[in-house]
Design a protein around this ligand. Sequence first.
Ligand SMILES: NC(=O)c1ccc[n+]([C@@H]2O[C@H](COP(=O)([O-])OP(=O)(O)OC[C@H]3O[C@@H](n4cnc5c(N)ncnc54)[C@H](OP(=O)(O)O)[C@@H]3O)[C@@H](O)[C@H]2O)c1
Length: 319
Amino acid sequence: MDKTSRIFLAGHRGLVGSAILRRLQADGFANVVVRSRAELDLTDAPNVDAFFKSERPSHVFMAAARVGGIVANNSFGADFLRVNLQIQTNVIDAAHRFGAQKLLFLGSSCIYPKFAAQPIREDSLLTGPLEPTNESYAIAKIAGIAMCQAYRKQFGFDAISLMPTNLYGPNDNFDLTSSHVLPALMRKMHEAKLAGAPSVAVWGSGTPRREFLHVDDMADACLFLMNGYSSGDIVNVGVGEDIPIADLAHLIAEIVGYKGELAFDASKPDGTPRKLLDVSRLTAAGWTARTPLRDGIAKTYRWYLDHVAAGDARGVAAQ
Ligand SMILES: NC(=O)c1ccc[n+]([C@@H]2O[C@H](COP(=O)([O-])OP(=O)(O)OC[C@H]3O[C@@H](n4cnc5c(N)ncnc54)[C@H](OP(=O)(O)O)[C@@H]3O)[C@@H](O)[C@H]2O)c1
């Protein structure tokens, strides 16, 4: 990929896509093509074909997907399965048929078995049952990986697949019905602080451990691997360390300045007990994450404050 390459960035308004876009713009890539969902619904195969036929991108970042937290995943499994299968099938196939040189597909750490040995190595894929609460999403993502590998094998198409850990940062989704744990806790504590609420409910026991990567680091890894990695072997992208949800909640409370009680509700589902990615494949390739969790959360909270004030934080009504 060079500064004049024609790059299609799918999902440029999302958490990951907007971080990749910021990075491509900062690095001087001058030929980036983007389409909002309203302009090009990627579930619509004929329109995706027409787009690739006329735009002919040489490089494709696939950051468009139906994404959500535990509640959304658990409640809308049919949508998560169908929409993700459609988007990735349409885009991967059209990219290949209309001559793209390379495509980067994003999976997720939830593709791995619920009780995979920790830290999770890439070769634990398909070695055991999945976490039931996000099975539909995970199966769609596994199909996307298989599609990249099959297109590489059958057609020599240079499609690579990255498995990011939990991501957070600017442009995250703060809608409490569909958000991930970190933005949800940030919003709840911010609003509890403003309301002077004595306690904030935190879903689950607080004991599961999770890993969090700042999305600007994720964008950095995407460019690094788009430029320097070509293999059907999937690559984990993470920081290599995790934190109990209870500790994360206390850290967010400290950064937000919320002084009330954190009430852990063990009647709500915990999900997978631990999800730490083994990042040795990525480290061996020469990449490591740079943003410490505390700094990343503090930066994200500043972004949240600015954008709540401006009325354009996703999932938060203008205030
Ligand atoms: N967030 C995480 O923690 C995380 C962790 C691991 C992996 N990932 C992966 O990273 C990728 C991006 O996730 P994200 O967190 O950035 O998601 P996100 O913030 O929800 O963004 C998803 C993007 O996809 C677009 N999109 C959805 N359906 C579409 C459709 N039918 N046609 C066109 N565009 C569509 C959305 O467009 P609109 O803005 O118009 O809705 C949005 O821009 C996904 O593949 C996800 O699996 C994310």
